[in-house]
Design a protein around this ligand. Structure first.
Ligand code: ZN
Length: 87
């Protein structure tokens, strides 16, 4: 009986601790967008680095419009067609 009470107390303590931690530290510093004051070198270096890795910069050439289903338009950026295409 007391063992069960112990377990429950531990669980509740841990839960309260997690709640407290979540409330006190809401914003974890997770890779924010580089501030423009950083010299602007990041914006020019990123595509080059991506190309060096052999990744096609396809994402940059797409329209990128999102439909309601969360899909992304696969037409080229600024496409003339009035409709977006999601495939
Ligand atoms: Zn589109």
């Amino acid at each position: 009986m007391s063992k069960m009470d112990n377990l429950r107390a531990m669980r509740e303590a841990r839960y309260a601790e997690a709640q407290k931690r979540a409330a006190s530290a809401p914003a974890r510093p997770k890779a924010p967008v580089a501030p423009p004051a950083a010299g602007g070198s990041a914006s020019t270096a990123a595509p080059a680095a991506r190309a060096a890795r052999g990744e096609a910069p396809a994402a940059e050439e797409l329209c990128g419009h999102r439909n309601m289903g969360g899909r992304t338009c696969t037409r080229e950026r600024g496409h003339a067609a009035k409709t977006h295409r999601y495939s």
